[in-house]
Design a binder for this molecule. Structure first.
Ligand code: R5P
Length: 302
């Protein structure tokens, strides 16, 4: 098994954890924005190799460029004779377009999976995919989503929080809050009611809390921080109840604009994320959990 990917401290780290030979993917963008991902040392790759392409989106974020890079590299690996390509895509792009919300929209999440399969990906491993059911969405593509919340929980456990409240800023995030409390083995979970206007993207959150948070450590968890609107609303509601501290932790730090400053400015004492996307808050590495999953080839997890 070989690992192919950019030398970005993520792909090479994963190769090391897996004990696999690493082939660097050199990223080059031409002035007209076309890209040329080149596998260095490709002459040593033979049909005897199975490959894991570990590709993390770089900043500035450009999911379209990232997708083309993956498609070109998978095809390239196939043309070099590799018959089985596993793709590690830590942040599943287009996953928020998993439904046709308004007529005329494409079902982008499904179409992206089809493109990956057609390019030659046999197996896709991602982290906390935004929608559930990725394993069944594209027949012929074995897809797995491992939980980034487990990784976050293991990090939180080291902070020594006593009887924390783990809060999801919406109902879906409430299930992730519960998962974290179960792993921590202490505290309570709860969630808020959130509504998003599909046209403006504006988020409104109801100011109702089902759990007493006064004087307690509150951890607000979500899968994605993008504009930060969802998290800022949650922080604003939580801080009115005078908690001991507010920690915000997300799996995928998209962090558009001045999201970090706004979340901290609203009153978060800590704002952390995993490293599925590189960023200034990506302090919690998922590489250990990805490596463990690959080594054990564990059962499907969502
Ligand atoms: C939505 O359902 C997601 O789980 C996140 O809450 C959302 O993507 C966060 O977006 P934003 O930071 O723009 O509010």
């Amino acid at each position: 098994m070989i690992v192919v990917g950019p030398k970005d401290g993520f792909s090479d780290k994963l190769a090391e954890k897996l004990g696999c030979d690493f082939f660097e993917l050199e990223r080059r963008t031409f002035p007209d924005k076309e890209i040329r991902p080149r596998i260095l040392g490709s002459e040593k790759i033979t049909s005897a190799n199975k490959a894991i392409l570990v590709s993390r989106m770089e900043r500035p974020l450009d999911p379209n460029k990232y997708l083309v890079e993956i498609l070109l590299t998978v095809k390239n690996l196939k043309s070099l004779g590799v018959d089985e390509v596993t793709l590690v895509m830590p942040y599943m792009i287009y996953a928020r377009q998993d439904k046709i919300f308004r007529s005329g929209e494409p079902l982008s999440a499904e179409y992206v999976l089809e493109l990956l399969k057609q390019a030659g990906v046999s197996r896709l491993l991602t982290v906390s995919c935004h929608f559930s059911g990725i394993e069944d969405l594209c027949p012929g593509l074995e897809a797995v989503s491992i939980s980034g919340f487990k990784t976050i929980a293991k990090y939180l456990a080291k902070l020594g929080l006593r009887d924390p409240v783990v809060l999801g800023p919406d109902e879906k995030a409430g299930t992730w809050a519960k998962e974290i409390v179960n792993i921590l083995g202490s505290g309570e979970h709860t969630f808020l009611e959130k509504h998003r206007d599909r046209d403006s993207g504006k988020v409104e959150t109801e100011e109702k809390l089902a759990v007493d948070i006064g004087g307690r450590d509150v951890v607000i968890v979500d899968d994605i921080a993008s504009s930060g609107g969802t998290l800022i609303n949650a922080v604003n509601i939580v801080k009115k109840h005078k908690p001991k501290s507010i920690i915000v932790a997300v799996v995928h730090p998209i962090l558009s604009g001045d999201c970090v400053e706004k979340v901290k400015g609203a009153g978060a004492d800590m704002f952390l994320s995993t490293d599925t996307i590189p960023s200034e808050i990506s302090k919690i590495s998922v590489t250990e959990d990805i490596a463990r999953f690959i080594k054990t080839c564990g059962a499907k997890e969502v």
